[in-house]
Design a binder for this molecule. Structure first.
Ligand code: ACO
Length: 410
């Protein structure tokens, strides 16, 4: 077997091999709107081929940007299109492709790799850990009243009621570049969010509302008329209004859009897809039980390729020191680092000091964006805390003001 890089000339064979691995046909239901591959970057993809030249495996990566805690935007490889044809599975083809890909990404100078996993049991062995989570929230319209605000203090700029804005309904095809611009502003301030490169929007690659499927878009504008949020939605069976995604500059805009869809006539219930865990929407409703959470699942998996670079890249909000003993079995690396945080910035250097925590690189990926607490993984038995208080210290340091969330599908 050989693993080789691809060019634009390999596009057809790449797509066909991948579809065989997924048991799908190009243009079939899993294709969304049939153009997902328009975003593939063929100079970043790999094909596994047998000695007699038959393609048996694919792996790709997109050149995204990822927002880290502290509103810091860094490059990130978005691993995609991973598949091995059914006749050649469990013979190490994926493992060989992953090894090749991680080396390739390091050669490109990339230090974070991310993916969405079809199955949660595949990628930990390659050093990935789940780092952001998402869920669906269903609200029956008759229970969709919002609670009156409770604080008696004078209104602040954060208060939802102290702002004025407007909502206009457009068809997806008539939105021009509004969605792209609103999404781009949102993702730069949302830890865990990925960029959606311009060509995704122009080629309609992805899922709605990137894919130009029939959708209505409720566009929210601020008092100056500048778009600062949108909800992409459609009406389906049982008069359920399904919201693909709600993109909002802040919580007040999110609430305005939620109120808008929950006030839609002829709707029995509203299904909000891609809601971050712990989102305030349930608290904003008068009836806390009205919001039913389902499909609570992992979304973005993170793999650190250069631990010191990754740890010094993100923003931090609590000063402190932590010694991390990090094991990277797949790449055969084992290192101990002293992480020192002062005034929002970290320094990360090799050390011989006794560790506070010992952990696998996949678990470091899980806690990196602040979406999983170190103490949860200590309690689960995956991270070893070497003294009383080590887990609480790590929790305090890795904690982020905003829950990381990613809703980009790739
Ligand atoms: C980011 C994305 O693109 S996600 C998309 C992932 N692709 C798919 O789900 C498509 C359908 N599945 C496939 O194409 C293949 O089964 C793949 C790509 C998941 C795995 O490819 P393979 O070549 O069989 O994997 P490989 O032989 O290298 O397996 C390595 C190890 O992972 C394990 N493994 C691989 N896939 C799975 C799985 N789906 N479930 C459980 N274990 C798995 C193997 O048992 C093996 O374990 P071992 O090292 O203890 O022996």
């Amino acid at each position: 077997m050989e693993i080789r890089g691809t060019t634009g000339e390999d596009l057809e064979v790449f797509i066909n091999t991948m579809h065989t691995a997924f048991g799908q046909f190009p243009g079939g239901a899993a294709d969304s709107d049939g153009v997902w591959w328009a975003a593939l970057e063929m100079d970043r993809n790999l094909l596994a081929v047998t000695a007699d030249g038959r393609p048996i495996g694919t792996a790709g990566s997109y050149s995204f940007e990822l927002t880290l805690p502290g509103d810091i935007v860094v490059p990130a490889a978005g691993v995609t299109a991973v598949g091995v044809v059914p006749s050649h599975r469990r013979q190490g083809v994926l493992s060989a492709m992953m090894r090749h890909q991680l080396a390739d990404l390091r050669t490109r100078g990339e230090f974070i790799s991310v993916l969405l996993a079809t199955e949660a049991v595949i990628y930990r062995r390659f050093g990935y850990g789940p780092a952001t989570y998402t869920s669906r929230l269903t609200v029956p319209r008759h229970q969709g009243a919002f609670a009156a605000r409770r604080a008696r203090a004078a209104a602040t700029s954060l208060d939802t009621g102290s702002r004025t804005g407007s909502v206009e309904v457009l068809r997806r095809v008539d939105c021009g570049e509004i969605l792209e611009q609103v999404y781009d502003r949102y993702r730069r301030a949302q830890p865990g969010a990925l960029s959606r490169p311009h060509r995704w929007w122009t080629s309609g690659a992805g899922q709605p509302p990137i894919a130009p499927a029939a959708r209505y878009i409720a566009v929210h504008r601020n008092a100056d008329g500048v778009p600062d949020g949108y909800a992409s939605y459609s009406m389906g069976e049982g008069n359920t209004l399904t919201v693909d995604e709600t993109i909002a500059a802040d919580d007040a805009v999110f609430m305005a859009l939620a109120q808008f869809v929950l006030g839609h006539d002829l709707v029995k219930k509203v299904l909000f897809k891609q809601v971050p865990l712990g989102h305030p929407l349930r608290w904003q409703l008068a009836d806390y039980r009205a919001g039913e959470v389902s499909d609570d699942t992992d979304w973005l998996w993170v793999r650190l390729l250069d631990v010191p670079r990754a740890l010094t890249a993100r923003g931090w909000s609590t000063d402190g020191e932590l010694v991390l003993d990090v094991d990277d079995q797949f790449l055969g690396e084992h290192n101990r680092y002293l992480l020192t945080i002062r005034e929002g910035k970290a320094d990360c250097v090799p050390t011989d000091s006794a560790p506070d925590l010992s952990l696998d690189v996949s678990d470091l990926g899980s806690i990196y964006l602040g979406g999983t607490t170190p103490s949860t993984l200590v309690r689960a038995g995956h991270i070893a805390a070497h003294h009383q208080g080590a887990a609480a210290l790590a929790d305090a340091l890795f904690r982020t003001e905003r829950v990381p969330h990613c809703l980009h599908w790739f």
